[in-house]
Write a protein that binds this ligand. Structure first.
Ligand code: MIG
Length: 763
């Protein structure tokens, strides 16, 4: 085992010299320690964060080094084996000492067949060049890891990070999907911590699939570079990860409304018909998406003049009806002389090349296509500025698809030349950050050109993409298994920093059914990104496609979402500070309740709303579990005691919803689109118990809130039913004129003079 030969303590790190390797242990703060070995490089995720200089010490043990912070003790041993304890000496996380228990060797031939199928590409039966093995005690639950398929708890499974667009319906055995977020949270009986392995190459995460004795993560290339993040709660661990990689910026309020999309709205007429139908059927809607067919021959930053006589005028008239339009933009640029984007890119050297320096081409929607080298700042700027074309048309957001990057003519070879800023790099290194950098270019461009808070949707992500974009989970299918998967998948994305996420409601591939669509809207109306989208050629699934009964149930849930808009907006407002997601697994707030470690069919929105949806065809009863405490049935107002399971009637039109005692939930009246009404009165839906809530109000569009141009209302309820509302921060006009108080099924109106009011709700 390699011995520590020498070490040097610096300001915030210790450099260790082993026989033939150097390591560095860096103290970011008392609970975040970074373990590093490799070449100097800049992170794509950990960018703007700053920590005050930490307080720590280093001493020599009998045969190791002992690093101490105010919260942790880290023993660094020979072989760079590290053991982490809290200050009382309790073990938190130890490196595994034994050898990996590799069960059987795979032959080269078998491996190439498996790889050819596009799934597991890494030979699990050998050691990785960079491999960190942690001892497993048996009480671990693993959460996070991005958008992986399967259930909430990743214990017992193996995953890889390699952004992949795989056409078959995604099932539990998939090791990778569109996003690579190499961060996971380990919850044990007596502690919780997170590990962020900041390596953009293909990385592996074996969460106890190989053995019950250890879990490991690693890669063959790149650096050993991981952050150990300790916290007293899961929320604290997640907040620290978000401090490292950045929180989700507050979105424009309208983006939280309903989005209608389909790959197949081909013409201006179709869009107009869709829009007026949304209004005439009175299904609230803020946004319509334009898929690839709005372009001229799938050429990015062009418009199809044949199907759109006057797109600008059409978009303008739609915007008068309250609709915002989003266009898709793929990274692949059509290889066609005379097409300005292609010509400019060629002239400036903006496209990825082969190792020999020829522009690399593959096939995507436009046919032969080339790929912008988004790692270069110049390329990002160029791309960003091209968006002016779409902004001039009146577009309000950009949807980035195919940015894994996906390609039709086999995957891009590992050695395709991309850049990491000015450094020459490879596809192998840049693959997992390709979508991340495209989203960054898109975000920064919109921020610059439009000035409002950019609305970007991306399919591919890396750790930190939450700073630039919201994401959807790609091509799911209209199958019940994918509705079931939506809950843990979105929850784990939230635990991986991607809070603003959603699935294609109703399912993208395959044909939906009326029942599936309804059960999906009952879940989807709670997901942060709220979009119904479907694939070309599948059964149409707009709200009215299945008759009046389905339509009216569908509408009921879209309306529910519109009532809850201020609650969602507040969650985003707070999330920008705390890093906590909007949609949360129960375990995030009840980490000591073993019953929710594996709760895959319920979730929380913030802390107050618990959703227990029906996820099975034909079922009309739901077995609900509520964590200890008092809850209220949202539909009946009945008080229910938590801490156990019970059966709730859940006919097709009913999604069981529970509100935590002491909750204060702001509501808006139902609007057909956000901003339709000028809201002078905030509705406060109040549930008995002790509680406090902070509500935010601003212009809903610009960055002015960052300069203090917002209002913050503190609303509290004590156990004597005394409600107090006070304006804690007044940076925005107008202030609400009053509040509509909903309490135990009754409504009352109170005026607000702008400072503070108190009233007894039972009086
Ligand atoms: O090869 O643009 O995930 O949402 O409708 C398919 C067409 C390309 C995949 C996206 C989907 C989108 C579709 N796209």
């Amino acid at each position: 085992m390699e011995k520590i030969i020498d070490y040097k303590k610096k300001k915030n790190n210790v450099k260790l010299q082993f026989a033939d390797k150097k390591y560095r242990v860096e103290v970011l703060d008392s609970k975040i320690i970074r373990f590093f070995s490799g070449k100097k490089s800049t992170s794509f995720s950990v960018t703007e964060c700053e920590f005050p200089e930490p307080c720590w010490s280093l001493e020599e043990g009998s045969n190791n080094l002992i690093l101490k912070t105010d919260d942790l003790m880290v023993e660094i041993n020979d072989g760079f084996l590290v053991d982490i304890f809290d200050t009382s000496g309790k073990v938190i996380c130890r490196d595994y000492r034994g050898k990996r228990q590799i069960s059987s060797k795979i032959t080269e031939e078998t491996l190439s067949i498996i790889s050819g199928e596009g799934h597991s590409l890494v030979d699990k039966s050998r050691e990785l060049n960079i491999q960190v093995c942690k001892k497993m005690d048996g009480d671990e639950c693993f959460y996070g890891l991005g958008d992986k398929t399967g259930f909430l708890n990743k214990r017992g499974y193996y995953y890889e990070m390699w952004n992949s667009d795989l056409p078959e319906p995604q099932v539990d055995s998939f090791v990778s999907l569109y996003k690579s977020i190499p961060f996971f949270i380990v919850l044990k009986d007596d502690c919780v911590f997170g590990i962020f392995f900041d390596n953009t190459y293909k990385t592996c995460f074996n969460m106890g699939q190989e053995s019950d004795d250890y879990y490991y993560f690693g890669a063959d290339k790149g650096n050993l570079d991981y952050y150990f993040i300790y916290g007293s709660t899961m929320s604290e661990v997640l907040s620290s990860y978000m401090k490292l990689t950045g929180t989700v910026p507050l979105p424009q309020m309208w983006t939280l409304g309903y989005h209608q999309s389909r790959w197949g709205y081909d013409t201006e007429e179709q869009i107009k018909t869709l829009a007026s139908r949304m209004r005439s059927e009175k299904v609230p809607c803020d946004c319509i998406h334009l898929d690839i067919d709005y372009m001229d021959n799938y050429k990015v930053f062009t418009w199809n003049k044949k199907n759109y006589l006057n797109p600008k005028a059409a978009i303008k008239s739609l915007s008068k009806q309250g609709f915002k339009m989003i266009t898709i933009i793929d990274p692949g640029v059509k290889k066609e002389k005379g097409y300005h984007i292609y010509d400019e890119g060629v002239a400036e050297g903006y496209f990825a090349t082969t190792p020999k320096g020829k522009i690399y081409k593959n096939k995507v929607w436009p046919g032969d296509s080339v790929f912008p080298d988004f790692g270069k700042e110049k390329v990002r700027k160029w791309w960003a500025n091209n968006q002016q074309f779409l902004l001039d048309m009146g577009i309000r957001g950009i949807w980035n698809d195919m940015n894994e990057p996906a390609s039709f003519n086999g995957p891009l070879p590992d050695d395709v030349v991309f850049h990491d800023e000015e450094r020459v790099s490879t596809h192998e290194k840049m693959h997992n950050v390709y979508g991340h950098l495209m989203a960054k270019a898109t975000y920064e461009g919109l921020k610059d050109l439009d000035k409002r808070r950019p609305f970007v949707i991306t399919r591919a992500c890396y750790a930190g993409s939450q700073k630039y974009a919201t994401a959807w989970t790609g091509d799911n299918h209209s199958i019940w298994a994918h509705l079931q998967m939506a809950v843990p998948q979105l929850c784990n994305l939230g635990l991986s920093g991607m809070s603003y996420v959603g699935t294609d409601i109703g399912g993208f591939g395959s044909d939906t059914t009326p029942e599936l669509l309804l059960r999906w809207i009952e879940v989807g109306c709670f997901s942060p990104l709220f979009r119904n989208h479907s694939g070309r050629g599948t059964r149409e699934q707009e709200p009215w496609q299945f008759g009046d009964e389905v339509l009216s149930i569908y509408r009921k849930y879209v309306e529910l979402r519109y009532r809850l808009i201020p609650y969602y907006y507040d969650l985003f407002f707070k999330g920008e500070q705390t890093g906590l997601p909007v949609m949360r697994p129960l375990i995030l707030h009840y980490q000591n309740d073993k019953e929710v470690q594996n709760k895959n069919d319920e979730f929380l929105v913030g802390e107050s709303i618990l959703v227990a949806p029906v996820l099975m065809q034909g079922e009309t009863k739901k077995m609900v579990y509520l964590p200890a405490g008092d809850w209220f049935d949202y539909w009946t107002g009945e008080k229910v005691q938590g801490g156990d399971y019970f059966l709730r009637d859940a006919p097709l039109d009913l999604c069981p919803i529970y509100i935590k005692a002491g909750s204060i939930i702001p509501n808006f009246p139902v609007q057909q689109f956000i901003g339709e009404q000028n809201i002078e009165n905030l509705i406060l839906d109040i549930y008995p118990g002790k509680g406090e809530y902070h509500h935010f109000q601003d212009d809903g569009e610009t960055f002015a809130y960052r300069e203090g141009k917002y209002n913050e209302y503190k609303i509290s309820l004590d156990d004597q039913n005394l409600l107090t509302v006070s304006l804690e921060h007044n940076g925005y006009e107008p202030v609400y004129k009053g509040f509509t108080i909903m309490w135990k099924g009754k409504e009352r109106q109170v005026a607000f003079s702008g400072s503070s009011i108190s009233l007894n709700l039972e009086g």
